[in-house]
Design a protein around this ligand. Sequence first.
Ligand SMILES: [Zn+2]
Length: 558
Amino acid sequence: MKNILFIISLLITYNIFSQTFNTETYYGDELCQTAQNALISKSSFVSSFKPNNTFSDENAYIALDKILFQIGASRDRFIIQSCSNINNALAVQLGGVRYILYDPNFIEEVANDVDNSSWGQMFILAHEVGHHINNHSLDLLIAEDLESETKHKQRQQELDADIFAAFVIARLGGDYEQIVSVIKTISDNENDQKSTHPNLDKRLDAVKVGYNRGVSNNSQNFYNPTNLQTAEEYFNRALLNELKGNYDKAIYDYTKAINIDPFYNNAIYRRGITKREKEDYFGSIKDLTKLSDIYTDMYKPYSEIGLNYYKIGDYNSAVSFLTISIEKKDKAIKSGDFNNFNESDAENYHLTYYNRGQAYLKLRMYDEAYNDFSYVIYLQEGFDKAYSQISQIYILRNEYYQALSWINKAIEYNSTNSKNYFNRAVILDLLHQLYLDDYDDSWGQKDKIEYLKNSFNFKISEIENYNLAIKYNKNYAIAFRSRGIAYEFIADRISSNDEFLNFYLEISDEFKTFYNYSVKNNNESAYSFYNISACNDWSIAVSLGNVESEKWISEDCN
Ligand SMILES: [Zn+2]
């Protein structure tokens, strides 16, 4: 404990007096002295081993470059310093510079290998780099020596550094066994609760994880494309990869383009969009915000930021950004700013309103949502989804006939959208329920029959709409599930009694047609035919991932 405080207080002192610090000046010698004073030499490492000087500073820098190259980090603020007699390796930050102190004897000893291919030495160095890359703030050692209060946290940091180091070694094509041998030299399996360093098994697990990560990264053919000259060339290759769905490659090349030309608006914009494709919504927002900072009149970043917030589930922010986008777009149109707004933008103008309408729906601001969807239709008459959303608003207001008329319009404009048919089936089910309630409430025999007939007819239409939904989407699990329920309803109504069947055949012409079409060519009774149909639908629904149908199969099907 005392020792750590000693080092920290010295580091703070250095910090205060080194405000003009740059990497030209270094405090390596003083750091060595500090470390030497602070570290308690471990007797097991004091030996008569004679170093053969293969691990010089020069070699260490070559190794450092190899390590940093694997993760694309800069060597700028790294300094490697050899310190004799510290019997350890150590990562220290001073004035923003990342020092790695090492004892050449120690490294030679713990990483000694017969054929001298030095993966063990590389591992120790990479472990210290790992502390820096992970921003572990204090002085950290490859082997245990210091006392500390926060041992649990330190042990975790050691494992992180081990994972990082093993990952790098695997990426470099290094030898796993040599890593294992280093770990075995510096740790054992004694209880590590009071130690700054994890025990042997934990460290072996860590290096295994890191190494496997590095190996699988290799086998995925890490993107190593040919170098291009201009930002445009990078942009074009990125766009091609984006279109092919190779998002990581696209982001890599967009970044190259942006590095060459930091004001390349299309590259920043597309990288933001590509990040959203990868569901990196905050990364996407960051890019698009940067774009909106550079080009303040541009409306596009705002609508995309709004969409990101929608995806995250922050609907209030989604509404505000989409609103800003609309305002900026209107301004661009008014002032004839055709760089910002051209014909191809006009084609998609309705989408901003549509997305804002969706966000309003989530916020249960139905009037605002209704206005936006209406405006979408004004801008783009044939956009069926807007009709369908207005239909949803009417469902939420319990106005089912209005809902039906709007979903009918949606189907008019898009007769192959399975979702529209499913939505219509849902509305028909609600209307069916409405008549069933009327039936329960009514007293007159004539009324009762009329309500029953209407209710039954809606159920038949409901099934026909599920048929259409399934016709246009063969994998529509929820449509199979719901059609199964509708079949079951009919089976329960007619029951196994022919009198009921005949009654419904008599009151409903729709049912008669439906019955003739579905049952007549089968040997089954109508009752068992509709039951079997229900069970078939549920088992398809289950095979498509609908879990709740499982229960009904076990209860009602055999
Ligand atoms: Zn360490």
